[in-house]
Design a protein around this ligand. Structure first.
Ligand code: SAH
Length: 395
């Protein structure tokens, strides 16, 4: 197969020589042929040395690198990459555990597959494309997934309507690429069961990235009253209940999320009176509640999706954390997170500290949290480290 060639401007190969997996459109000198959006292209230096093979896309990130070798992106390529991802999860005990059948199999750049995310929920793989190239390759990827995982996978659901660039005009192709038509929508994390709605839920249906942080919370929950703010389908809530919390209040502005949270709590702790859930805006809830809690979790959606809204996002984190700190009992704990990629660890810490200063609470950091091992960070692509969390002891 011959691919179109993309020639970079002089000196623009430097980040590629350090294995950074993106090429920005401004680095391109010329293109030979007429690649369609999503096509595989080969990248060369201005003096015609081969650099990499990648997916071409119209936009600021023009090429996402698939390989630094001159190889065909064929069936064998997808099998090799998915096998590498699966091997990492199996050899580290993330995959193949009976009590935890939920994990991320492919984490984009972290698995040398920029633009692709695959989460596993028991026998179902939920695949998400963030690039047009991955969208075009979805059937090949599904076939490779079947080859690599064999009988461990019975359904493959493709869900990319909200993650593909709108301008690419790919239409809505969401649906099953394999299997489907069953009601297997339950998965397990550390022995706790939950329903996953991959068709209508947010992201791939569950926030797999908080698994380790939920376990940590469980260790601190005993005899504490807990507020799980931005609860989505209730992940932190059922860990808090198993950890021995005295009461757990779950809050989310989405009534669908609250419905799922109630269902999931009921699944694990039928009839347990300790749990209550409220469909309400976080700020409004914190403003009007008369309750004070021993432990509050703040896991909001990304406040900043782009660099130009960073300032507003930091204000948002400061206000939210200040409102929560005001509701914490002395000697209580705050688990606070940011999943905005453009908000650095330092930015986030500063926003939380301004919140502490503003409320006059003395806080100390007990833990600094991040994403789990099935969300590996490509060392050449530090942008892949997106989840930040702090556990604070509040006096
Ligand atoms: N902690 C969750 C994931 C949170 S995702 C887990 O472990 O699964 C972020 C959630 O915030 C979403 O469910 C979204 O509905 C909710 N949300 C967004 N804006 C909100 C607001 N202003 N008030 C309350 N919830 C909000």
């Amino acid at each position: 197969m011959t691919y179109c060639n993309v020639i970079l401007k002089p000196k623009k190969e430097e980040s590629l020589l350090r294995f950074h997996p993106w090429i920005f459109s401004g680095a391109i000198l010329s293109i030979e042929g007429e690649p369609q959006e999503g096509d595989v292209v080969e990248v060369y230096t201005a003096d015609r040395r081969f650099l990499a093979t990648g997916h071409y896309q119209i936009g600021s990130i023009a090429i996402r690198i698939l390989s630094f070798s001159q190889i065909p992106v064929d069936d064998a390529f997808w099998v090799e990459r998915l096998l590498a991802a699966y091997t990492l999860r199996r050899s580290t005990g993330l995959a193949g555990r009976a009590i935890s059948d939920t994990y991320r199999l492919v984490h984009g750049e972290g698995d040398n597959l920029p633009g692709l995310v695959i989460d596993i929920y028991a026998g179902t793989a939920v695949m998400q494309a963030h690039s047009v190239g991955m969208h075009h390759a979805r059937h090949q990827i599904a076939d490779a997934l079947k080859t690599v995982m064999g009988e461990a996978i019975r359904h493959i659901y493709y869900k990319s309507e909200t993650t593909l660039p709108y301008k690419a005009n790919t239409g809505n192709e969401d649906g099953y690429l394999f299997g489907g038509g069953s009601d297997e929508d339950m998965a397990m994390e550390n022995g706790l069961r939950f329903y996953v709605d991959w068709q209508k839920g947010q992201k791939t249906g569950f926030f797999v990235d908080q698994r380790d942080n939920r376990s940590l919370l469980e260790r601190y929950a005993a005899n504490r009253s807990v507020l799980n703010m931005f609860c989505y389908t209730g992940g932190f809530s059922f860990y808090a209940m198993r950890g021995g919390a005295t009461v757990v209040h779950s809050v989310d502005s989405s009534s669908k999320a609250i419905h799922m949270t109630k269902k999931n709590v009921e699944l694990n702790f039928p009839g347990d009176p300790r749990h209550e859930a409220y469909a309400e805006d976080a700020f409004r809830y914190l403003e009007k509640t008369g309750n004070r809690y021993d432990l509050i979790i703040l896991d909001p959606p990304a406040f900043a999706k782009h660099k130009n809204v960073l300032r507003n996002a930091l204000q948002g984190y400061r206000k939210l954390n200040a409102a929560a700190l005001a509701k914490i009992q002395p000697g209580g704990l705050l688990f606070t997170f940011s999943c905005s990629q453009v908000v650095s660890k330092e930015h986030f810490r500063l926003a939380v500290f301004s919140a502490a200063a503003q409320t006059g609470r003395h806080v100390r950091i007990l833990h600094q949290l991040t994403q789990p091992a099935d969300h590996p960070v490509n060392i050449y692509h530090p942008e892949g480290e997106y989840l930040k969390g702090l556990v604070l002891y509040v006096e």
